[in-house]
Write a protein that binds this ligand. Structure first.
Ligand code: NAD
Ligand code: WQD
Length: 340
């Protein structure tokens, strides 16, 4: 299939582009590089041995988007392009709504003009908020706690409305849990700008000596060791979920919603120990105050994705730590500093 990947220079989009190409698809990437670099696109080409057509455009620019959509007879779009920092979204809600919601509306409008009506959308487990029961199934009522999470839920609603108005649309909404790890080749991985917000990139930067100490945000949660529990999903597993979602859409119309997670939760301390084992390095850490907005526990019920998409996570946390460590060691400052 001819596929357009928005946000394809970013962390999950780039890993998904690799899996799509390996599955035989032709991939075009559009990304404004607001949170990524062109080097990620080169890395996709290195890993796959295939050229990737790349447009450094913003999806909100409709004339530029028109140029992109006209460049191939696209069969489907995988839409990753979004801003994703939860804390930042509370400080800059207009920027988040403009980019994530209005940006998606512009994209959908353009797709409609070109008769492209198949979409895989990157949603987030953050739409669930803080449910009472674990694991979290897709029928858990949405209760987003941040502007970021609300942009995801509003976009989901937009997609349902779009399908109601025009049943030709085929839409897969994937609610990701916590994406971690890097490609096993060591040539591509997450490259956060500034201080990482997320646990694993921060741990990796401490292990490699770029930061001194990890702050563990709270050890007084109602969990066995007092630290927060999350469902950490290897980014390659997550990427493969998109290949499965595309296959599913080929046979199913409508709007589908699937959790992508492992179904297993790990605490912050368990993550630290797993990373120490994978890297052979100590990860100095100290307990700090809880981070506002954090929930105690979150892990997926991924059985719907297993039953309907034929997808299950294959890699465990240990493997994700090993792959992240390979990437971190060879690229201690991300793409800009590749070591031999
Ligand atoms: P990322 O920031 O690495 O990738 C997003 C990419 O989109 C970046 O390369 C950025 O430059 C690009 N982009 C942003 N706005 C754009 C615009 N207006 N026009 C063109 N390009 C634009 O983030 P990621 O972790 O790869 O996340 C990908 C998607 O998955 C996002 O939609 C995010 O909300 C969602 N998601 C991520 C996680 C996670 O654990 N990382 C979890 C749930 C959902
Ligand atoms: C994991 C655990 C922290 C950093 C976020 C978004 C979510 C999704 C994935 C996009 C928590 C603890 C963290 C640190 C720590 N993204 N922690 N010290 O918050 O589960 O999810 O990323 O959709 O929407 O909210 O992930 O990696 O930030 O935190 O102790 O320096 O690690 O308190 O328990 P989170 P995270």
């Amino acid at each position: 299939m001819n596929l357009l990947v928005t946000g394809g220079a970013g962390y999950i989009g780039s890993h998904t582009a690799i899996e799509l190409i390996m599955a035989g698809h032709d991939v075009v990437v559009v990304d404004n590089l607001s949170n990524s670099t062109r080097a990620a696109v080169s890395a996709i080409e290195t890993v796959t041995g295939r050229d990737v057509t790349f447009f450094e455009y913003d999806i909100r620019n409709d004339s530029r988007l028109d140029e992109v959509l006209a460049c191939r007879a696209f069969d489907a779009v995988l839409h990753f392009a979004a801003l994703k920092a939860v804390g930042e979204s509370a400080a800059q809600p207009l920027r988040y709504y403009a980019n994530n919601v209005a940006g998606t509306a512009t994209l959908l409008d353009g797709m409609n003009d070109y008769g492209i009506k198949t979409l895989v959308f990157s949603s987030s487990a953050s739409v669930y908020g803080d449910p009472d029961t674990m694991p979290i199934g897709e029928d858990s009522p949405p209760d987003p706690k941040s502007p970021y999470a609300r942009t995801k839920l509003i976009t989901e609603n937009l997609l349902h409305d779009l399908h109601d108005a025009d049943p030709d649309w085929r839409i897969s909404i994937l609610r990701y849990f916590n994406a971690v790890g890097a490609h096993p080749s060591g040539r591509i991985g997450e490259d956060p700008s500034g201080v990482p917000n997320n646990l694993l990139p921060f741990v990796a930067q401490v292990a490699v000596g770029r930061r001194n100490c990890l702050n563990v945000f709270g050890d007084d949660y109602p969990t066995p060791d007092g630290t927060g529990i999350r469902d950490y999903l290897h980014v390659v597993d997550l990427a493969r979920g998109h290949v499965k979602a595309l296959d599913y859409l080929a046979g199913a119309g409508g709007v589908s919603v699937h959790n992508l997670g492992t179904g297993r939760g790990y605490s912050v301390f368990e993550v630290v120990h797993a990373f120490e084992a994978a890297s052979g390095r100590k990860v100095p850490h100290r307990v700090a105050a809880r981070r506002p907005g954090d929930v105690a526990v979150s892990w997926a019920d991924p059985s719907k994705a297993r039953d309907e998409l034929g997808w299950t996570a294959e890699y465990d946390l240990e493997r994700a730590c090993e792959d992240l460590w390979r990437w971190q060691l060879t690229h201690p400052r991300g793409f800009s500093t590749r070591k031999a």
